[in-house]
Design a protein around this ligand. Structure first.
Ligand SMILES: [Zn+2]
Length: 325
């Protein structure tokens, strides 16, 4: 059995090929092909699948595609994708078009959801029954494993942790989605940078202000650097980030009685600075048991999207042929 994972992005498409021992046979990152419209893009993916199938014949091939945006995993329709720069491709029957070209019907799944499956298999080795994987970056994504299976919800949109409201939606900060007071507006890169700029304006002599002097845009790692030097403003930014994130995670744990939460993505690199405040929020919950038993893990692997897709392709295929099904 060969598992092919395809991670669709607005700039790059990543391909991962695994054998049934989960060993990586190939991985490839290519620029997203816009030159021949949506049909050319489908061919770009279909051609790769066909090449891999020929190369590893007669082994059967299973494919999973991860896409950002609004995905219908049942019909394989990409309802809306904010990243791909094609006109008029809302409600795009992508899985069906790949099938027409390759004869293989791929699983089409939200990319954060497949990244969560990658974490569940590679990092947790399927330990844990009910798991939330939080991806912390420009956006804040989530993926759920419930009862040891990927949970996508009724419409494929489960795990949208980043757009849970953690404050009054009438007055809180604006999120990239257009709403206010989403978790992402507080702990996504844009929200953290907003608080950094506010702190610099109020404390122009701080270590943070000096480190970022003259920079219109900056890397979040510099906020960690300032925190490492003991800058109170930088430490407060991370404390607030941990507190907000703690509120979001506590809400998810209360709703789903999770046993494991994994933090991944670029921002999780600053866990040293935000974790105490996050843990403090969890420690102060009144329903104690799930929080006392919760396993909180920080993943050092920044990108599980591609491998997660390929692992999920294998999982689906092996589940379909299992006599225990
Ligand atoms: Zn939002």
């Amino acid at each position: 059995m060969i598992g092919i994972g395809v991670d669709i992005g607005g700039t790059f498409v990543k391909f991962f090929v695994l054998n049934d021992k989960q060993e990586v046979l190939e991985h490839l990152k290519v620029e997203t092909d816009y030159s021949n419209g949506p049909d050319g893009f489908v061919s770009q993916i279909g051609n790769f699948i066909n090449q891999i199938r020929q190369k590893y014949a007669p082994q059967p091939v299973s494919v999973a595609i991860g896409a950002p945006g609004d995905v219908d995993p049942v019909t394989g329709i990409l309802r809306y994708n904010p990243n791909l720069k094609f006109d008029h491709v809302d409600n795009w029957p992508l899985a069906q078009q790949i099938y027409q070209q390759t004869g293989i019907l791929p699983a089409l799944v939200n990319d954060a959801t497949l990244a969560a499956w990658g974490v569940y298999e590679s990092l947790l080795h399927r330990q844990g029954t009910n798991v939330l994987v939080v991806t912390l970056g420009t956006g804040v994504g989530g993926g759920l494993i419930l009862n040891q299976e990927l949970y996508q919800g009724s419409h494929g949109t489960a795990g949208e942790l980043g757009h849970m409201k953690i404050a009054d939606p009438a007055t809180g900060p604006l999120c990239g989605c257009g709403a206010r007071s989403c978790l992402e507006a507080f702990v996504g890169t844009i929200g953290i940078k907003r608080r950094v700029r506010e702190a610099i304006a109020q404390h122009p002599q701080s270590i943070l202000a000096k480190l970022l002097q003259g920079q219109d845009d900056f890397k979040i790692a510099l906020v960690s650097q300032a925190a490492k030097q003991g800058c109170p403003e930088a430490l407060k930014i991370w404390q607030d980030t941990g507190r907000y994130l703690g509120i979001g995670i506590a809400n998810a744990v209360l709703l789903l009685d999770l046993d494991t939460v994994v933090l991944t993505g670029g921002i999780s690199g600053a866990a040293t600075y935000f974790m105490p405040a996050l843990q403090d929020v969890l420690n102060h919950q009144q329903i104690k048991t799930p929080f006392e038993r919760l396993k909180l893990v920080v993943s050092k692997d920044p990108d599980m999207g591609g491998t997660g897709s390929a692992l999920y392709a294998l999982h689906q295929a092996l589940k379909d042929v299992s006599p225990c099904k």
